[in-house]
Design a protein around this ligand. Structure first.
Ligand code: GDP
Ligand code: MG
Length: 173
């Protein structure tokens, strides 16, 4: 029996400048921009995945910069099926604040969203990294999230993360 396919809402969360918009741009358009911080006009971008005999549409929500104020409109969280928590491996504050974003999410979403943590900007020289893989992985385990090391410059680091989310959503529903 063929499934007609399903749509899911996936929200990106994390401090400003960690690379949320860049991750979406790379994942949905294979583009990276280093010179300016882009603003996405629409509230989300869609990505269609075919997994076995099912079509899965991920509606990937990005902020328009409101994360600077450490809070987002409730509509952003509403009915989210999954969340990607992003931090910058060269910025400890962005890592420390992931837990605030987890709290905001839990407070504002019904049910139990699939969680992924993206330790982003891993392409930068190791000498600049201030959060180790172990520390990131340990935290992810604590909050029940799957841990991914990503670079918005390299789609090969992003595909496994979104595939993981899609497969988990598929299994859950
Ligand atoms: P956002 O505020 O979380 O949406 O972050 P942006 O996507 O706007 O990225 C902020 C800055 O970091 C931009 O200058 C990006 O080019 C840069 N950036 C984002 N992701 C990466 C990455 O994985 N590696 C590197 N080297 N730079 C990145
Ligand atoms: Mg952005």
């Amino acid at each position: 029996e063929r499934n007609m396919g399903s749509e899911y809402k996936v929200v990106l969360l994390g401090e400003g400048a960690v690379g949320k918009t860049s991750i979406l741009l790379q994942y949905t358009k294979r583009k990276f921009e280093s010179d300016h911080i882009m603003t996405i006009q629409a509230s989300f971008r869609s990505k269609v995945l075919n997994i076995v005999d099912q079509t899965i549409t991920l509606n990937l929500w990005d902020t328009a910069g409101q994360e600077k104020f450490h809070s987002l409109a409730l509509v952003y969280y509403r009915d989210a099926n999954a969340a990607v928590l992003v931090y910058d491996v060269t910025d400890r504050d962005s890592f420390d604040r992931v837990q605030n974003w987890v709290q905001e999410l839990v407070k504002n979403v019904d049910g139990k969203p699939i969680l992924a943590i993206a330790a982003n900007k891993t392409d930068l020289p190791k000498s600049q990294h201030v959060i180790s893989s172990e520390e990131g992985r340990e935290y992810a385990e604590k909050v029940g999230a799957q841990f991914f090391e990503t670079s918005a410059k390299d789609v090969e680091t992003l595909n496994p993360m979104f595939l993981h989310i899609a497969k988990n959503l598929q299994q859950q529903h």
